[in-house]
Design a protein around this ligand. Structure first.
Ligand code: ADQ
Length: 501
């Protein structure tokens, strides 16, 4: 069997024990460590000129990283990826901006990354591309003659067609997605959004088994919810329980209950609404004053994007306002920490919290929700309060599910979680652990890769059969095999890139 080549915008820090805030990095690294393979992508450095990948071997994983020029960083990463696609895909068109030049940069970088990866690809490899930065990547590889199976997984939500259409090159992006052999989403709802775009827009058809025929392509489209390794997390949460920061937190909370939230500092995470629902709890329930604290850990990301500076200021203002309103000499209601923690330590901190509070306004999956559950003490577990807009809500049957825009409902759920009887907490925890075990990270990876291998095998069998016995045009299937894009569109990527510069 060939190697697995994972391609993502950012290759995670390679040193063990270094915190890697970001769900993709956590999920991909764990998945890749088990199978071994190559991880290709941006090193996080900006460079004067693009150059060949730097190769570094660590255990079973080969890291192949490249730098981006300042212009690439501004147009591809900061621009189209994070100022057009990220907000729109999280239903924040109000924060999205579209610049044709940035889209040109996005296409140019995809072409350039594909060229840098191509020499590393061996005939038996399978290629798994991750996330919204790299939607055109399969198309770019195919243009270079790469025939290997190529799959794509979107870690963030795919919006419904009406919202998707607000991105000016929406149709080209959807066509690019159809150049993969398998396209995977986090939830059934995201998958449905894709099918609705294709079918209602008259671009193609889908069959029961998830095969889509669109724009002369055949691909498989499925929901592959990303998981975690719950038992490994449970183990490390227990093992790190006596570390100093965990002991300090425990001592500080003596006699008080702890509600805990951990997120990247991002507007999709609904942090201001979260603080306001906690404020509502204190406002409606004076009995909680001095008896419960909210610990919010939120390391800043993308801090050079203007919107992220604004959200940071707003949030600091909200925490200050609420603390000013309710704090007592010996009690601060909200502790807001702008920093990363080592992963195992974070899991041990989760175990100290009676409530895990995960309330994004929109989230592909949200691994924190899963990690919180897995970190709990099975004999005395905490309760998860979870937004209905996180993909994880489809998967965690024991959570108290809330609409984060409804501050009263969320405050009531927090109250219920804080007061929940032991037997109910245990039963909810057990339901969720069963689901986490059944859909762990290996299941995510293996299901996706099994589909990718079988779709690619079926496609090459069909292609060989066609070559051996050419059929007359009238009876030929409408779409060619996935590995061979139609010649008529073969230059779309370079042309669009040139046009937009
Ligand atoms: P993210 O938006 O980054 O991921 P999430 O799924 O919650 O969101 O993952 C965050 C990860 O970073 C978690 O593993 C968490 O433990 C870690 N982390 C967060 N804050 C940290 C801190 N202060 N210190 C250390 N570690 C921290 C994207 C999508 C999600 C999707 C994932 C995976 O936006 O919807 O679940 O990819 O597919």
């Amino acid at each position: 069997m060939g190697r697995l080549i994972v391609v993502s915008n950012r290759v995670a820090p390679t040193q063990e024990g270094r915190p890697a805030a970001g769900g993709l990095a956590v999920g991909v690294l764990d998945a890749l460590k088990e199978t071994g393979g190559v991880w290709f992508g941006w090193s996080g450095e900006t460079v004067a000129e693009p150059s060949a990948p730097v190769i570094e071997q660590q255990g079973s994983v080969t890291y192949a990283t490249v730098g981006l020029t300042r212009r690439d960083y501004d147009q591809y990463y900061k621009g189209f990826s994070n100022t057009t696609l990220w907000p729109t895909f999280h239903y924040r068109n109000d924060l999205a901006r579209y610049e044709r030049q940035e889209y040109g940069g996005y296409l140019r970088v995809n072409v350039s990354l594909a060229r840098q990866l191509q020499p590393l690809i061996e005939p038996d490899d399978i290629i798994w591309v991750h996330d919204y930065h790299l939607i055109p990547f399969a198309r770019c590889l195919r243009d270079l003659g790469v025939k290997n199976p190529i799959g794509f997984f979107l870690h963030i939500p795919l919006p419904v067609p009406e919202v998707m259409r607000s991105v000016p090159p929406h149709e080209e992006l959807m066509k690019f997605m159809c150049h993969y052999d398998v396209v995977g989403f986090q939830t059934g709802a995201d998958r449905q959004a894709f099918l609705d775009y294709i079918e209602r827009g008259g671009h193609g058809t889908a069959s029961e088994d998830g095969m889509v025929h669109a724009w002369d392509r055949i691909l498989k489209v499925g929901a592959y919810p990303i998981g975690i390794y719950p038992d490994a997390i449970a183990k490390s949460a227990g093992q790190f329980a006596d570390r100093k920061p965990v002991r300090s937190l425990r001592d500080a909370m003596r006699g008080r209950k702890l509600i805990m939230s951990v997120d990247r500092l991002d507007y999709s995470k609904g942090l201001a609404e979260r603080f306001q629902a906690f404020e509502r709890l204190l406002q409606n329930g004076p009995g909680w004053h001095g008896r419960v604290s909210l610990l919010q850990i939120a390391p800043p990301t993308r801090s050079d994007v203007q919107t992220y500076q604004t959200i940071r200021r707003n949030l600091e203002g909200e925490a200050g306002r609420i603390n000013g309103r309710f704090a007592q000499l010996d009690w601060t209601p909200i502790q807001y920490l702008n920093r990363k923690y080592e992963r195992n330590l974070l899991m041990a901190l989760f175990r100290e919290a009676q409530v895990g509070y995960v309330a994004p306004l929109r989230d592909g999956m949200n691994l924190v929700a899963k990690e919180y559950v897995a970190s709990q003490d099975p004999d005395d577990p905490g309760v998860l309060v979870l937004s209905q807009f996180a993909g994880a809500a489809e998967q965690l049957p024991g959570a108290l599910v809330v609409n984060p825009y409804d501050l009263n409902q969320t405050a009531e759920a927090l109250e219920r979680a804080l007061s929940m009887p032991h037997a109910e907490r245990v039963s909810r925890y057990q339901d969720m652990m069963a689901s986490l075990r059944e859909n762990n990270l290996s299941v995510w990876r293996d299901t996706f890769l099994t589909d990718l291998r079988s779709v690619a095998t079926a496609a090459s069998v069909t292609a060989r059969a066609r070559q051996a016995a050419p059929v007359d045009k009238a009876s030929a299937p409408a779409a060619p095999a996935p590995a061979s894009p139609p010649a008529s569109t073969a230059t779309t990527v370079p042309r669009a890139a040139t046009r937009a510069q």
